[in-house]
Design a protein around this ligand. Structure first.
Ligand code: ZN
Length: 224
């Protein structure tokens, strides 16, 4: 049973670890997410993450003020460091949780993956909002329906910037239970969403970003 948690008041981020034993235990993982990323702090990443995504069906679900797009099957996965991680969920945060060079963006998408042991790998893509723009990343248009009754067809590749560098570090989930380790990949090329996208989803969604966490002693990598 997951406890009720949120982003404001008595169930807000600063109280998550007091809400139940499970959340408390998860919060003891020392390297929490999100964090603020700086190029100067990174070391080169020698391994590459490979994406094997394909067009597939997604279900739309609403959990704790966040819309989730859940793959209907295991068509899409990624390979990193000799391990395979299957795409399990796509959702977004407003405003962005990670910061790059002290910049916060209005929107951050998370593509959540898990390997066979259930270990998570999350890819984060930050988006700007433009007034009269189409939704696009990588010159591909993004169409999302806020419709919980219908399965929708999407190629998750549309969320990934094609020629982007990315940060890589070890952190935690940014929603309770905030357990780790999570392999994080944060892309530095941004996508673009129209304000209309936000308006369409915002009616029932409020801000849902966890505040920045302490970096402590950890290595942060960057791949150009
Ligand atoms: Zn997230």
């Amino acid at each position: 049973m997951s406890r009720i948690w949120g982003y404001t008041g008595k169930t807000g981020p600063e109280f998550w670890e007091t809400l139940c034993e499970e959340f408390y235990t998860a919060a003891q993982f020392p390297w929490q997410s999100p964090i603020s990323l700086y190029y100067e702090e990174t070391q080169p990443l020698h391994e590459t993450i490979e994406f094997r995504y394909g067009p597939q069906g997604f279900y739309v679900k609403r959990v704790n003020d966040t819309l989730h797009f859940e793959p209907a099957n295991t068509v899409s996965f990624t390979d990193f460091a000799g391990d395979r991680y299957y795409l399990t969920d796509i959702h977004f945060h407003m405003p962005s949780e990670h910061m790059i060079a002290e910049e916060q963006m209005p929107l951050e998408f998370h593509l959540v993956h898990k390997n066979q042991e259930g270990k998570p790998l999350v890819c984060a893509v930050l988006f700007t909002l433009e007034k009269n723009s189409s939704n696009r990343c990588n010159n591909k248009s993004i169409e999302l329906k806020n419709n919980e009754t219908e399965k929708q067809l999407l190629d998750p590749m549309i969320f990934l910037p094609a020629k982007s560098g990315y940060f890589h570090y070890e952190g935690s989930l940014t929603t309770p239970p905030t357990e780790g380790p999570v392999q994080w990949f944060v892309f530095d090329q941004k996508g673009v969403m129209s304000r209309f996208f936000i308006e369409r989803f915002k009616t029932s969604l409020s801000l849902n970003n966890r505040p920045l966490q302490e970096k402590k002693q950890r290595s942060i990598y960057y791949k150009e």
